[in-house]
Design a protein around this ligand. Structure first.
Ligand code: CO
Length: 134
């Protein structure tokens, strides 16, 4: 069911510093930082030949990544995103298999303007999984 790895998201405290490491030390192609107030984060996308890295910095008082950064003060891998062809069909299959969909269970429009869902990390080997309809 799952397709390509769309991105790996890394939560950081200082997105300018993290972006400079990817751009200058690792020689990657990086985007401008974009505030995403609907999602409580500022994002930078790093385009690699086979996937993307999404840097996430908290934005606003109740950012969904604030607790993660409290537990991981140096930052860390926050989630991985797999592409699916049909997000509603994917959701129904996952629910049948007993996996938990986070939030309302309805797809939201994610940082790339496409419908996404998040799945409970306890059901996926301790990893927060995002599904994006490609
Ligand atoms: Co993501």
């Amino acid at each position: 069911m799952i397709g390509r790895l769309n991105h790996v998201a890394i939560a950081v405290r200082d997105i300018a510093k993290a972006t400079a490491i990817y751009r200058d030390t690792l020689g990657a192609s990086v985007s401008q930082a974009v505030a995403q107030p609907d999602h409580g984060v500022t994002t930078v996308f790093i385009t690699l030949p086979n996937t993307k890295i999404e840097l996430l910095e908290p934005l606003g008082a109740d950012s969904p990544i604030a607790k993660f950064l409290d537990r991981n003060p140096d930052g860390g891998i926050h989630h991985i995103c797999y592409e699916v062809d049909d997000i509603l069909a994917a959701r129904e299959r996952l629910k049948r298999e007993g996996a938990r969909v986070l939030g309302s269970g309805e797809p939201r429009i994610g940082a790339h303007g496409k419908p996404v869902l998040f799945l409970h990390p306890k059901d996926f080997s301790g990893t927060l999984v995002e599904l994006e309809q490609a």
